[in-house]
Write a protein that binds this ligand. Structure first.
Ligand SMILES: [Zn+2]
Ligand SMILES: [Zn+2]
Length: 444
């Protein structure tokens, strides 16, 4: 049985009473758990796996959850792992950690740096901190399993594959995550960020933008490079399209509608003296709102068609949306509850005001319950080591954040001990803020 988390029952401005004592009672187990978390982290960091290939990582997560008494299901939507711990009547709380790595070459020089390459020779690195997320997920699952007298409810611990391709959450939901294991009352997730280690950032409403990946195929007519009059040059057409696309954000949207249109790929031609037949552009679009995304996509299509017509292209361009990431919209009451719990545990000085993230996540899909929307809360945890933070240029927090290595950089090197400890603490106290209190006397 699930008692729904009632956002009204706990005012958004204060944590539940006795909360800190309860958190302390649970986190007294953390020192015993941390060596395992640290070993798992170093192991995952050294052995990263690309999206869709997380077999080893999933196996490491699965046996550790089993060892702590979780009922574990493997291969839920690819390499997805689900661990259930039923501990009496109370809400069901889903804790999510993503497990995949990126095709990035590691340049941290750390003793546990990845030297992994795929069969095709592509470098692989945990450059997005998903190894931190996974290790902290397992650590949190362990401390909560060892303190069952302090809470009631059901924990659903989810190791998610394929976040970077924005396909893993959908695959797990399509594989019947909620039908098989129950619809949670709250879904919690955290992501590493270049903030200093020990700091946290929460944002009510939209935490991260939605994304769309678009491919434009522009058709021209090839010719000898010395005879342009015989061609419809797709390179020049593509260049006009790239320039004209810059007017979408600046001219077609209101200054109050944040959006990004980036052309990350432009491929055309093989030789200097040959005008090719076509050009292919790949774009990423980021918006805070699905309706704005629809307008941006319509504008891209209009510009591509208009420029192709102006160039006298032999046929209209092909416009394809290859994939979409949803807007991450935090439930205001739930994220407020998490923030209050973090303020109580870490102190208000550890929290920074929320800034809208332009990256995208498939975490948002967990909000799509079969019958009703599920409240989700996603926050950022700082991982930059104190020394790197001190050395970073900049006067303000945001300037310094821009000058330390961040996610997707080959130099991204989270503070190992600090990130793992604070990451376990943040996920644990967030879970506790959603679960029901237990029977343990809180006299610590
Ligand atoms: Zn990433
Ligand atoms: Zn990530």
């Amino acid at each position: 049985m699930n008692d729904a988390v009632d956002p009204q029952s706990v005012p958004g401005t204060s944590a539940p009473s006795g909360f800190k004592a309860r958190a302390r009672h649970v986190l007294q187990h953390l020192d015993a758990v941390l060596p395992n978390v640290d070993a798992l982290y170093a192991d995952l960091h050294e052995h990263p796996e690309l999206s869709g290939h997380e077999a080893r990582t999933a196996a490491e997560v699965a046996w550790r959850l089993e060892a702590e008494g979780y009922e574990v299901s493997r291969n839920v939507g690819g390499h997805g792992v689900v661990g259930l711990l039923r501990n009496g009547d109370g809400p069901t709380v889903l804790l999510r950690g993503d497990m995949d790595a990126l095709p990035v070459e590691e340049k941290t020089g750390l003793p546990y740096a990845s030297r992994v390459r795929t069969k095709e020779g592509e470098p692989v690195m945990h450059a997005c901190g998903h190894d931190v997320h996974t290790a902290c997920l397992v650590g949190t699952a362990a401390v909560l399993a060892r303190s069952r007298d302090a809470w009631r409810g059901t924990l659903m611990v989810v190791g998610q594959p394929s976040e970077e391709t924005l396909t893993g959450a959908k695959a797990m939901l399509d594989a019947g995550l909620y039908a098989r294991f129950g619809t949670p009352d709250a879904v919690l997730g955290q992501h590493t960020s270049p903030l200093p280690v020990g700091m946290f950032m929460h944002r009510e409403g939209v935490a991260m933008m939605g994304s769309a990946h678009v491919r434009l195929r522009l058709f021209g007519r090839g010719a000898h490079g010395a005879q342009p009059q015989l061609s419809v040059d797709p390179v020049v057409l593509g260049a006009s399209v790239v320039m004209r696309l810059q007017t979408i954000v600046s001219r077609a949207l209101s200054p109050l509608e944040p959006a990004v249109v980036t052309v990350g790929q432009f491929q055309a031609g093989t030789r200097a003296n040959v005008i090719p037949d076509e050009a292919v552009l790949e774009l990423t679009v980021r918006t805070e709102d699905d309706a704005v995304q629809a307008r941006v996509l319509a504008a891209i299509e209009r510009i591509a068609k208009g420029e192709a017509a102006a160039a006298g292209a032999p046929k209209p361009p092909q416009v394809e949306v290859l994939n979409r990431g949803p807007v991450t919209r935090n439930d205001p009451a739930l994220v407020g509850r998490v923030r209050d719990a973090h303020a109580e545990w870490f102190g208000h000085a550890a929290l920074v005001p929320g800034v809208l993230g332009t990256a995208s996540e498939d975490f948002a899909l967990f909000a799509q319950g079969p019958e009703h929307p599920v409240p989700i809360a996603y926050w950022f945890m700082g991982v930059t080591p104190p020394k790197a933070w001190e050395a970073a240029r900049g006067a303000t927090l945001l300037e310094k954040v821009a000058n330390v290595p961040g996610p997707h950089s080959g130099h991204y090197a989270p503070d190992r001990a600090g990130s793992l400890r604070t990451g376990c603490e943040s996920l644990t106290v967030a879970a506790l803020a959603c679960l029901q209190g237990g029977s343990a006397p809180m006299d610590h």
